[in-house]
Design a binder for this molecule. Structure first.
Ligand code: GDP
Length: 301
């Protein structure tokens, strides 16, 4: 189908062999290929510009080594730069020193928040924890019902609560969250996963509600769930949520689709927060810790 970046670079460097050094002139075409490859992989333009400058600085003046072709040399520089942004290691999950650990799930509607809440619960169960799930989406009964089904499918504890016909709004959200935490403690659960209301677009009411939940629950993790297929939109919403809430990490969903993964790089660069997990399907076990090196080869193609 498409040429890989390596193949494109090989073409760009075909005249370089035997020239001794990588220069400003002979790297120009290669940098253009790298730029296109990153943009095609959905890496944010600002991030691409910065990367290209770093790559230029590192590459220009380098002796063409005998052991590596110029292509291999530049691909290695690009690899190292991407890994430097993403962080070398898989990020740690924060647990409370005294249970329950509270995890607040944030994100727009349709990003995969509810599915991911279930996946995270299953991941915690596998690690020997006893998670409890609660949905504080008091605006959409279907959302609460969906979480109930998810919890049932993995046999996780769920705090349903009783809305008692109260008006949907922040007070009801807070009551449910408070009750869920109490219920988690009383029933011996060591983690509480709070699935929150999503909106179709960013809005101030949603942010205010999230801020109140953060204040009330003092969560150890505030995870932003982003749909990898939405590219730049995911980056912009992650940025907006991070500015208001100080996220602790990101879960990138729908990585089983054909998203190239540039969103991972951009979100990490823009928010400074690590991608902690990726979702790779609809089932509860289609979920794994994020490995920076794997995404790099996906971005470079
Ligand atoms: P929410 O509105 O953010 O709670 O999103 P949902 O959890 O309801 O997910 C929206 C849709 O995306 C559902 O059809 C999910 O099955 C699907 N989904 C969630 N995560 C993944 C994933 O990692 N891969 C795939 N292929 N689909 C996913």
């Amino acid at each position: 189908m498409f040429d890989t970046l390596s193949e494109k670079l090989q073409r760009a460097f075909k005249n370089l062999r035997g020239q001794g050094t990588i220069t400003e002139e002979n790297i120009g075409e290669a940098l253009r290929e790298i730029r296109v490859a990153l943009l095609e992989a959905d890496v944010n333009l600002g991030v691409v510009k910065e990367l290209i400058e770093h790559i230029r600085e590192k590459a220009v003046g380098q002796q063409v080594m005998t052991a590596l072709s110029p292509t291999e040399q530049v691909v290695k520089i690009v690899n190292d730069e991407l890994i430097a942004i993403l962080g070398k290691d898989t990020a740690r999950f924060n647990f409370a020193s005294r249970p329950p650990t509270v995890i607040l799930m944030a994100g727009l509607q349709g990003s995969g928040k509810t599915t991911t809440s279930g996946k995270l619960a299953a991941w915690l169960q596998k690690g020997g924890h006893r998670p409890m799930l609660v949905s504080v989406d008091v605006y959409r009964p279907a959302a609460r019902e969906q979480l109930k089904i998810v919890a049932g499918s993995i046999k996780a504890n769920l705090y349903e609560g009783d809305l008692k016909g109260e008006n949907p709004g922040p007070d009801l959200v807070e009551r449910l969250a408070r009750e869920a935490r109490r219920d988690a403690v009383n029933s011996g659960c060591d983690t509480l996963i709070v699935d929150t209301a999503g909106r179709l677009a960013l809005d101030d009411d949603l942010m205010k509600e999230m801020e109140r939940l953060k204040k009330l629950l003092a969560p150890q993790e505030i995870l932003f769930v982003a749909d990898a297929m939405t590219g730049q939109d995911a980056v912009n919403s992650a940025d907006a949520f991070h500015k208001r809430l100080a996220l602790t990490g990101v879960v990138l969903t729908k990585m089983d689709g054909d998203a190239r993964g540039g969103a991972a790089l951009s979100i990490r660069h823009v928010t400074g927060q690590p991608i902690k997990f990726i979702g790779t399907g609809e089932r509860p076990d289609a979920f794994e810790a994020f490995h920076p090196d794997r995404i790099v080869s996906r971005i470079l193609g």
